[in-house]
Write a protein that binds this ligand. Structure first.
Ligand SMILES: Cc1ncc(COP(=O)(O)O)c(C=O)c1O
Length: 414
């Protein structure tokens, strides 16, 4: 066999290895070259929203590519970038959309905007707060926001410091209250958070009221709020944005992943007029000098625009409600299985723990669980011993029922 030239992401290598070849993706199914068919319960790394191969999205991308392949986004605009931005602003309370091409970068842009905004105003605030167990991506700014953990450890000497707030859960109530009490003196610049669910940190569900208390206190202390909705956006937690279900609204949000329906790489950072206006200046000293070659890539914007139109259909809204309800029923049944712990469900996300604590990304059960699920035709990619489902909207009740039978027999394989 020829030498394998590939180095895969987030992949532990003990020696070089080859992975199954995917030949086709349709609906919730992945067809492999060796004849196996897998149900995609992770929406292809949380990107695919409606289902693989959605016909309207394919058509939208094809049509766009026939018209424009690429256009530089400095000094020019194109129709789909404008239409998508208008739609995003209409559905949120934001006024300006800054495009990029992935989640890390959408967060990085928001972070840079917040720091720059403070300087443009002549302010002196510097302190940035984030949540424990945070994950915001793999660029240096995003890694700094996460703080020291398994993923960032080799880079710890190169990351800027952030202050941490415990995850908003009732057991952390006292510790959080203590931090919030002293916020006024701290004069924080920014609080960055994944609202309601911290995904990569282990599908950690927040206590909504406690998160709202943090947001309120941060805002009162003068901090900007940056909601990283890269995972939670587009109904993943039940509402269009997770922030829609919270009382205190963010000043900046980062979107990516399902923004294009999962079809093409696209990121967006949304802000209000006040932030944008602080960058207005003739001298060029206050300008936001940031951009990427593929900023507002036309085919990706076309997919994003079409995806929103699909979301607006009554049929899609019913599908969302149905999927959420089916996941709720599945969660109820899974709670009966004694070998599964902390079964939790919010929106399109269902998660639970398997095996002994401490939980963690390198938990010894992780690979066994992954292989067991694959051998039963399920693509489920546990985060350590945290097993979760985030199915695309194309997923049927029958496909979800298969999960129950696989989980029921799981204890024989632990
Ligand atoms: C909340 C959150 N923010 C940012 C990112 C980074 O996105 P990307 O992988 O597109 O860079 C992720 C990826 O999983 C995420 O879950």
């Amino acid at each position: 066999m020829a030498v394998n030239p590939l180095w895969h992401p987030f992949t532990r290598y003990e020696a070089d290895k080859n992975f199954p070849m995917v030949k086709k993706a349709r609906g919730s199914l992945l067809y492999l070259a060796d004849g196996r068919v897998l149900i995609d319960f992770v929406s292809s790394w949380w990107t695919i929203l409606h289902g693989h191969g959605q016909r309207r999205l394919i058509r939208a991308v094809e049509n766009q590519l026939r018209k424009i392949d690429h256009v530089l986004f400095a000094g020019f605009v194109h129709e789909k970038a404008l239409l998508l931005a208008q739609e995003l602003c209409q559905r949120t309370h934001f006024d300006k959309v800054f495009y990029s091409d992935n989640g890390s970068t959408a967060v990085e842009v928001g972070l840079k905007m917040a720091i720059h905004f403070e300087q443009n105003k002549g302010g002196k605030r510097k302190t940035i707060y984030t949540l424990e167990k945070a994950y915001h991506g793999d660029t240096f700014g995003a890694m700094s926001l996460a703080g020291k953990n398994l993923f960032t450890l080799p880079f710890k000497d190169y990351l800027f410091p952030v202050k941490k707030i415990p995850v908003p859960r009732s057991e952390n109530y006292k510790a959080i209250k203590q931090i919030l009490k002293n916020l006024g003196k701290e004069k924080p610049l920014l609080f960055v958070y994944e609202p309601l669910i911290q995904a990569a940190g282990g599908m950690v569900f927040h206590n909504r009221e406690l998160l709202d208390e943090i947001l309120y206190a941060m805002k009162k202390a003068g901090a900007l709020l940056l909601a990283d909705e890269v995972f939670t956006g587009f109904y993943r937690t039940g509402s269009f944005l997770a922030s829609d279900a919270l009382s205190t609204k963010p000043d900046i949000i980062a979107l990516a992943k399902a923004l294009s329906g999962g079809f093409l790489p696209l990121g967006a950072t949304l802000v209000g007029r006040e932030i944008f206006d602080a960058f207005l200046d003739k001298s060029g000293q206050k300008t936001f000098y940031h951009g990427h070659s593929y900023t507002a890539y036309p085919a990706a914007c076309a997919a994003g625009y079409e995806s929103l139109k699909i979301l607006d259909r009554q049929k899609t809204q019913s599908k969302i409600a149905q999927l959420i309800s089916h996941l709720g029923e599945l969660a109820e049944k899974l709670r009966e299985l004694p070998h599964l712990h902390e079964v939790r469900h919010r929106g399109m996300v269902l998660a639970f723990e398997v095996g002994s604590a401490p939980a963690g990304y390198l938990h010894h059960l992780r690979d066994r669980l992954y292989d067991y699920f694959l051998s039963h035709g399920l693509l489920i990619r546990p985060l350590g011993n945290t097993v979760y489902l985030l199915p695309p909207l194309s997923t049927t009740k029958e496909q979800l029922e298969k999960v129950y039978f696989v989980m029921e027999n799981l204890n024989q394989h632990l």
